[in-house]
Design a protein around this ligand. Sequence first.
Ligand code: WQD
Length: 345
Amino acid sequence: MAQKILVTGGTGYIGSHTVVELQQAGYETVIIDNLSNSNVGVLDGIEKITGKRPVFVEGDCTDIDILRRLFSEYPGIDGIINFAASKAVGESVKEPLLYYRNNLCTLLNLLELMPEFGVRGIVFSSSCTVYGEPDRNPIDESAPIKNATSPYGNTKQISEEIITDFINSGAPVKSVILRYFNPIGAHPSALIGELPNGIPNNLVPYLTQTAAGIRKELTVFGDDYDTPDGSCIRDYIDVVDLAKAHVMAMRRMLSSSEDTDRIEIFNLGTGHGLSVLELISAFESATGVRVPYRIGARREGDIEKIWADPAKANNILGWTASVPVTETMRNAWAWQLRTDSKSNS
Ligand code: WQD
């Protein structure tokens, strides 16, 4: 009997790619999403890729009654992957209560209902933002957690503490916490990808929209950092690689062998840092498309450089990022062209 996984925020960017990988690994999937930052058409893309349409419930995870009804209507959910959260750093500074309510109430509701419905484990979508500006790179899971630089980052830190305290209280559940570095790209089918609302905050969607002529030029936020070319360095991880890590985390967490800890934390990155300027040239060489850009002022709150030491995920989870950045850039570009053609149709 296939194990059944609830994916909250499953029509979102990383959620939809993870549903594809879960289905292709033989899991049954149930999605709940309030469509606040995604659209229901994503289900068509998932179905076209896998041949299976996931069960979809439109609903807000901050409403515990909606979640309780879902668990009753779809019994036998073995595990949860929790993507449902607000995630824009800048917006979180302007709307902190929205972020604390949405991100923390969602998690509290899920944890409260898990023992009631026999759900054995939760994979939590965390972020390298919990590390702040690292003292050294590459950064592993033993690195100190620094004071959050935004309410968004703080919700990730508090969420990790909530999960830890709940499990240490003796709750009959397990958890794997995944600290993502910078997810980028799109599914190679170009049937699903990132759908930023309005002006993208993140580098790659802004870059591809500039290459497509939707934006006049890309602003590189500063080239006076202490890095080889002066622009900030990040660990950019292909979204399909990232999705695959969730399947491996779920398999390990639900495995019958009791040798896994009740809480495990993994950094998910490639282990290589790339600067903003290097990513621009990777896109241009991969696609042959020029990206008009100018050097602008630094962005408030940006970290200078951070990249992962992924050894723990490689050795314990058995997961390694494998998609080359040029292929990721080609997939991002193919997705941009497809969404352009759809929006112009
Ligand atoms: C990357 C680099 C910018 C846009 C944030 C969150 C993280 C995760 C991903 C949710 C930086 C530069 C960007 C632009 C630029 N959030 N940049 N021009 O800030 O590393 O991470 O988003 O999952 O938790 O912290 O990602 O893509 O915004 O920026 O020069 O128009 O690109 O300065 O150096 P970031 P990003």
